[in-house]
Ligand binder design. Structure first.
Ligand code: COA
Length: 333
């Protein structure tokens, strides 16, 4: 195994959400539901919807926001990783579209598919590139246009999802007290039955029949996913605390994937962390898949709540199954 040369720290942030809002009142008009049901069962009040363009729009605008706030040129970027399950197209990769849009002419890159764990898996990957000393500036973007695969006639699912993109820059630091400390990441393909998209891939290429059978949308057995998520995310978050000898008092924030406020609450409870130490933005955006965790980081940092030296646990779960937790120490002033 190659020696770790550096620690990898987040040194830049950006995000983008579209202006168009679907609030709970909108869903009361299109399906048999109520604001009260949605808020109490999920914690969601509204979501953002991208009307024109694909996920590359969300990813590009998040990257541009990062570059602007960091006052850096796109030409400095070595690698672009886009975590997404809603790429503009199967190929080319959305990372290529972003590279072209922002003019990152010295970068290579790729898309990473791990559903709602996409950001965490991308974070570990990006950090490994930097820790090895091979690359100095890795742009990691979590972006999903979930509205493009959501069936707006199915009340079980349509209330849950929204569109967003968020980006982080990862760079080396000599100070081992900052950046990613370690991660626990897992996959288990037995989750296939409960959460997937049936059509469009090589198993069921698009045909009139796949369209007629409504196979190009999220298929989800909500209850089964809920059970897995509560156990998977709570267990692994607890495990990473133990692995690092952390108590709840040591942790400044839990940064969980935002799929359902009740799942987040169960994870916090298992860790012994009070809800005021949990980053939450599900109320404003719903489940934006790969964008939930980085958008929380951006918003809490920009509002002054996330500070240098804060110890964070990032935690996720998603289709696959995919799940995991990362322990990091925040380094941005
Ligand atoms: N409005 C009103 N009623 C609804 C509804 C809605 N939007 N959606 C479902 N219901 C109904 C169901 O039809 C069911 O009615 P029934 O008892 O007459 O059959 C009832 O509410 C309870 O459904 P249930 O599925 O038990 O609700 P729940 O408490 O499990 O909540 C989810 C449903 C989808 C919100 C919840 O299971 C969940 O969040 N699952 C995880 C989803 C997830 O995280 N996905 C992303 C993974 S990354």
């Amino acid at each position: 195994m190659r020696e770790k040369q550096f620690n990898a720290a987040i040194t830049g942030l950006g995000m983008y959400v579209p202006d168009k809002i679907y609030d709970n009142a909108y869903f009361e008009k299109i399906v048999d539901t109520s604001d009260e049901w949605i808020r109490t069962r999920t914690g969601i009040k509204e979501r953002r919807i991208l009307e024109n363009g694909g996920t590359s729009v969300l990813a590009t605008k998040a990257a541009e926001d990062l570059l602007k706030s960091k006052k850096m040129s796109a030409e400095e970027i070595d690698v672009i990783i886009v975590a997404t399950v809603t790429p503009d197209m199967f190929f080319p990769a959305t990372a290529c579209l972003v590279q072209h849009n922002i003019g990152a002419k010295n970068a290579w890159g790729f898309d990473l598919s791990a559903a709602c764990s996409g950001f965490l898996f991308g974070y570990q990957t990006a950090c490994s590139f930097v820790e090895s000393g091979d690359y100095k500036k890795v742009l990691l973007i979590g972006a999903d246009k979930m509205s493009s695969i959501t069936d707006y006639s199915d009340r079980n699912n349509c209330i849950l999802f929204g569109d967003a993109g968020a980006a982080v820059l990862i760079e080396p630091t000599e100070d081992k007290n900052y950046g990613l400390q370690n991660s626990l990441l897992k996959i288990d393909g037995s989750g296939l039955d409960y959460l997937h998209m049936k059509g469009g891939g090589s198993l069921n290429p698009p045909t009139h029949e796949t369209v007629d059978k409504n196979m190009h949308i999220i298929y989800q057995e909500g209850k089964a996913v809920f059970k897995f998520a509560v156990k998977g995310m709570a267990d692994i978050s607890y495990e990473i605390m133990k692995k690092n000898n952390l108590t709840a008092d040591d942790i400044a924030y839990l940064v969980p994937h935002q799929a359902n406020l009740r799942i987040i609450g169960a994870t916090a409870e298992r860790m012994g962390i009070s809800m005021d130490k949990v980053m939450i933005n599900i109320d404003k955006y719903g489940n934006t898949t790969a964008a939930t965790i980085p958008s929380c980081l951006v918003e809490y940092y920009r509002s002054g709540k996330l500070k240098k030296g804060d110890k964070l646990i990032l935690a996720s779960f998603g289709a696959g199954w995919t799940w995991g937790a990362c322990y990091l120490i925040w380094s941005m002033e």
